[in-house]
Ligand binder design. Structure first.
Ligand code: NAI
Ligand code: MG
Length: 349
């Protein structure tokens, strides 16, 4: 690997966040070779909110913009009102840094248990391309007469031709790069007729540029069923922000659990740094006990390496994870750092 230096922002966050991030960085260090990461750690999350009332201050956002890539653990704590950190920190970062692709691979590694019967490793291998900056997550809407019997709450789904096209285009690129070259639009176009129709028309139009990719459509409710009954049906999925959030939790469940699910909040145009993070949250129930599985974070590190153009290093991390997972059942319970050490040893050895 040629000598290269990358500015990496690290947001360990709350609960198990710092524990799993430490292992992700351990593996990153082991795989780096001549690649160096200039790390800056940012203290964001529940503790900072309690101390200062801040979630993601403008000054920190400005600093993050100067970084090349971000690794996030998880944020959230029962002591912080629901929505405060989700909207003020996570969603704000995704919107401000224009993470219009939320990339979530759903892959069953050899030796990993799935709750589905009769499913082989190859049957679960898909990538969900979830829209990240629009849909029902924009915060458009409001409340009237709050707390009265006449309360009105609206939460609108915002979908723009621009926003839909760029995420659909990205999904076609992902599909074109994979052996099956199949792209499924997941939506609810029979009920959400305006947004669903926009997605359908954009899919059709952009699809003309990708004749090698086959496309189809599945309603989101049917998709939840197929995730469980016939996961091999899917290769690449493109879907709206909310639907993507929901179906990827099912994806995590069928592919070995939340401890293995990785994700990237990607700005494909590279106008701002992308942010990689495990799908799971801060798991306050097991925080501080060394029980958290760092694998999702390590796989997020592999995605981060891919994003910065270090595909070889990414493949080595994935292979090390795959080898570790294959032997896991025989090894019995290991601590967070024991798993991190084992994977780091494999990538450097
Ligand atoms: P969670 O993902 O933190 O935990 C759900 C369950 O999975 C818990 O039983 C937990 O122990 C287990 N779990 C999670 N990660 C694990 C790991 N790496 N290894 C082993 N077990 C693991 O979701 P929950 O409980 O709904 O939320 C807890 C907090 O995290 C909340 O404050 C929530 O807002 C926040 N959260 C933050 C996210 C983020 O930072 N991106 C995403 C999801 C939730
Ligand atoms: Mg979620």
């Amino acid at each position: 690997m040629a000598s290269r230096s990358i500015r990496l922002a690290v947001i360990p966050g709350d609960g198990i966040g710092p524990e799993v991030v430490a292992e992700g960085l351990k593996v990153l260090d082991a795989v780096s070779g001549d690649l160096t990461f200039e790390q800056t750690s940012y203290d964001l999350g529940a503790a900072r909110w309690h101390r200062t009332g801040e979630t993601l201050p403008d000054s920190v956002l400005d600093e993050l913009r100067e970084q090349e890539v971000i690794l996030l653990g998880a944020v959230g704590d029962p002591s912080v009102p629901s929505g405060t950190l989700e909207r003020g920190l996570l969603l704000r970062a995704r919107f401000e840094l224009d993470h219009y692709v939320n990339l979530r691979p759903v892959k069953l590694f050899p030796g990993v248990d799935t709750p589905l019967a009769g499913v082989a490793t190859d049957d679960i291998d898909m990538v969900v391309v979830r829209e990240g900056t629009e849909g029902p997550y924009t915060g458009v809407g409001g409340v009237l007469r709050k707390g009265t019997p006449h309360e009105v709450a609206t939460q609108e789904s915002v979908n723009t031709a621009f926003g839909v096209e760029r995420v659909v285009r990205y999904a076609f690129e992902v599909a074109a790069s994979r052996p099956r070259k199949s792209l499924t639009l997941v939506h609810k176009d029979n009920v959400l007729t305006f947004a669903g129709d926009l997605y359908q028309r954009v899919l059709k139009r952009v699809g003309q540029e990708y004749p090698q990719v086959t496309t189809d459509y599945v309603h989101v409710d049917a998709a939840t069923m197929f995730f469980v009954s016939r996961p091999q049906r899917f290769d690449v999925i493109v879907t709206d922000n909310l639907f993507g959030d929901i179906i990827t939790d099912i994806g995590a469940a069928i592919a070995g659990g939340i401890g293995l699910a990785a994700s990237g909040n990607v700005n494909p145009d590279r106008t701002a740094p992308s942010m990689f993070e495990p799908v799971h949250g801060s798991a306050p129930d097991i925080a501080g006990q060394g029980k958290a599985d760092p694998t999702a974070t390590v796989l997020s590190v592999a995605m981060l390496l891919d994003h910065i153009g270090e595909g070889d290093a990414a493949r080595r991390v994935e292979q090390a994870v795959s080898d570790d997972l294959a032997e896991r059942a025989a090894l019995g319970a290991r601590s967070t750092s024991q798993i991190g050490d084992a994977i780091a040893k494999r990538v450097s050895g």
